[in-house]
Ligand binder design. Structure first.
Ligand SMILES: Nc1ncnc2c1ncn2[C@@H]1O[C@H](COP(=O)(O)OP(=O)(O)O)[C@@H](O)[C@H]1O
Ligand SMILES: [Mg+2]
Length: 585
């Protein structure tokens, strides 16, 4: 609830103005029953000359209320919409600041549910929830004052059922909170299932698992429905309970109030006005049930949202952060790295818990030199690349660029001057040109083409009917894995990085094209530092320093000739790949 109040506070002026208008409307509304009562008393005395005046007054009151209603809704609902916009942008911006490890542990579908359903629940609480809450409070206060002015002795009897109602509201309200949390959780789970099934639809189809997936989804849907029913059973009991209690109050008033009217303690008009005020209490009572519902839902959702908002970014600038060094040599000393343990939903740990992804890695690379890294899959190559770019944080003092610990380099500079071409690059649903100049949006067409030529993808791009304007993704062309990898290389080189990290990024390209790209890159890399990760000897053999990884440990390092001569893993891999090539050709 505190979270919601904080967001409301940001729009306090708008909300305050809306509440004042609401207060005026509710006060004006009180005049009507009083006018009607006065008119009846006049008629009872046999006068009718004032009828026109009463009618005119009633009309004016109605008009004032109607015109004010616009502002009241406009201000209060408008504030809720603004809160929704702010909250949505805030969550989005926050998500972009979180490091990749957060996304490894958090299902995307859950985040999507947060950004839709949970934000909606908060908006509802801030809009209609707030509105109905204050409307109800004002109306209750005003009608009670009006009723006590007419017949104070009748008021206490009329309000006798109130304590029962209060107890009900408190108990049921607390339960709604819990049940709504379950509903939102189930919804998040469903969203994630859909997202995953769509992302992996080819695999699902490839193994003919559509039916199982659909059945599994139906089970999830049923759970969601059940959670919803348990919530609805509770919230739906509000209205009947309140209607019953207000019926009881009416019976009491008719009974005792009728007596007072017959006695002449109150006038007939007063009696009518009193019962009208009592009738006017029914809505705020129902509204309170409704408000509790909305506020509980809103605060349950806000709690879920805050769990994400409170998650501080794990990788941030050091207080004494410095610029990216001019000379980007790399030094690595006694680097041992374990991925932080992740307790997944089932509470089961991954099997190789505790085994470091990298152990005792050490090397020194001169500025402008090329580092080759070779090793079987799972040997820690990608981990080293990610540590270098601080996509995960290396232990302090283990990895430095240009003599500066990577943890002390300003993040935006690190990511601008060190470019990573990942193994499985992600391209956006933009034109090919916009994808290439993603690293430098102001790049000219010439620069884009130069980068594409360097990555040996230019000829294929101009072969598309729309050339560089061809759209990628859902609305456009689908690139092959090898084409995507080369577009990603073009995207990395166009940013003019001082350090280029290629993570096995030619794995889907045929050997001839790979050789051509590598030859091109040699020219480009001239004064830049580069890390070339590959599982192919051909890609790394020209490197100034080659590291050989096996199961997270660096088993050899040296240059091509020396490594071949030493007859270790590198030499064995070279033999193997030569044999493969011989078969292939
Ligand atoms: N995000 C991650 N969280 C936990 N473990 C990971 C993560 N990424 C990789 N690993 C583990 O680290 C080890 C090395 O992986 P990786 O660096 O990707 O190897 P390579 O790139 O050589 O194939 C593997 O055992 C892998 O399971
Ligand atoms: Mg890898």
């Amino acid at each position: 609830m505190r979270g919601i109040l904080r967001w409301l506070w940001r729009h306090r002026w708008r909300i305050g103005a809306g509440l004042i208008v609401l207060l005026v409307i509710d006060a004006v509304q009180m005049v009507l029953p009083w006018l009607v009562g006065r008119a009846i008393d006049d008629f009872a005395r046999g006068h009718q000359d004032q009828a026109g005046r009463f009618a005119a007054l009633i009309l004016v009151t109605g008009l004032v209320m109607a015109s004010l209603r616009f502002f009241w809704r406009y201000l209060l609902i408008g504030a809720a919409r603004r809160i929704r916009r702010d909250l949505r942008s805030h969550i989005y911006a926050h998500l972009l600041r979180l490091e990749p490890a957060f996304y490894d542990a958090k299902p995307t579908g859950e985040l999507m549910a947060l950004a839709t359903n949970d934000i909606d629940a908060v908006t509802q609480a801030c809009g209609f929830g707030m509105l109905a809450l204050f409307d109800a409070l004002f109306l209750v206060a005003f009608t009670i004052v009006a009723m006590s002015l007419i017949a104070p002795e009748l008021l206490f009897q009329a309000l006798a059922p109130l304590p029962v109602l209060a107890a009900f509201v408190v108990i049921a309200g607390r339960r709604i909170h819990g049940r709504f949390e379950v509903v939102q959780e189930r919804f998040a789970g469903l969203t994630e299932r859909v997202r995953e099934a769509i992302a992996g639809v080819r695999v699902v189809k490839g193994f003919a698992r559509e039916r199982e997936f659909a059945a599994d989804f139906a089970v999830g849907s049923k759970d969601y429905l059940r959670a919803n029913f348990s919530l609805i059973r509770l919230s739906a009991s509000f209205d009947p309970v309140i209607a019953a209690l207000s019926g009881v109050a009416t019976v009491i008033v008719l009974w005792s109030g009728g007596r007072l009217a017959i006695d002449g303690t109150i006038t007939i008009g007063g009696f009518v006005a009193f019962t009208t005020y009592l009738g006017m209490l029914t809505w705020p009572m129902m509204a309170i049930g409704w408000v509790i519902n909305l506020l509980q839902r809103g605060s349950a959702s806000m709690k879920r949202i805050e769990q994400v908002l409170d998650r501080a970014p794990g990788i941030v600038d050091a207080p004494d952060a410095v610029s990216f060094p001019r000379e980007a040599g790399i030094a690595c000393t006694a680097l041992t790295f374990r991925y932080p343990q992740r307790r997944d939903v089932t509470g089961v740990h991954s099997s190789d818990e505790g085994r470091p992804a990298l152990a005792g890695c050490a090397f020194d690379l001169n500025p402008g030199a090329t580092l080759g890294i070779i090793g079987l899959t799972g040997s820690g190559k990608t981990t080293l690349a990610h540590l270098l770019l601080r996509l995960v944080d290396p232990p302090p003092g283990t990895l430095s660029i240009g003599g500066v610990d990577v943890r002390r380099i300003r993040l935006d500079e690190l990511r601008r001057h060190a470019a990573l071409v990942p193994q499985d690059p992600f391209l956006f649903a933009l034109s090919i040109r916009d994808n290439i100049r993603f690293a430098r949006p102001e790049a000219t067409q010439d620069e884009v083409e130069r980068a594409a030529r360097l990555a040996c993808i230019h000829d294929e791009i101009v072969g598309f009917p729309q050339g560089y304007d061809a759209m990628l993704g859902e609305r456009g062309v689908t690139l092959s894995g090898g084409q995507r990898q080369r577009v990603a290389i073009a995207r990395a080189v166009i940013g003019d990085p001082r350090l280029l990290v290629l993570d096995d990024c030619l794995s889907a390209v045929d050997a001839a094209t790979e050789a051509a790209v590598i030859a091109n890159l040699h020219g480009f890399l001239h004064e830049r530092t580069a890390v070339v990760i590959s599982h192919r000897i051909a890609a790394v053999q020209a490197s100034d320093l080659i590291l050989v990884f096996s199961h997270g440990t660096m088993v050899e390092q040296g240059v091509h000739v020396g490594l071949l001569a030493s007859g270790g893993l590198y030499a064995r891999l070279a033999d193997l790949q030569r044999a493969e090539e011989a078969i292939g050709s």
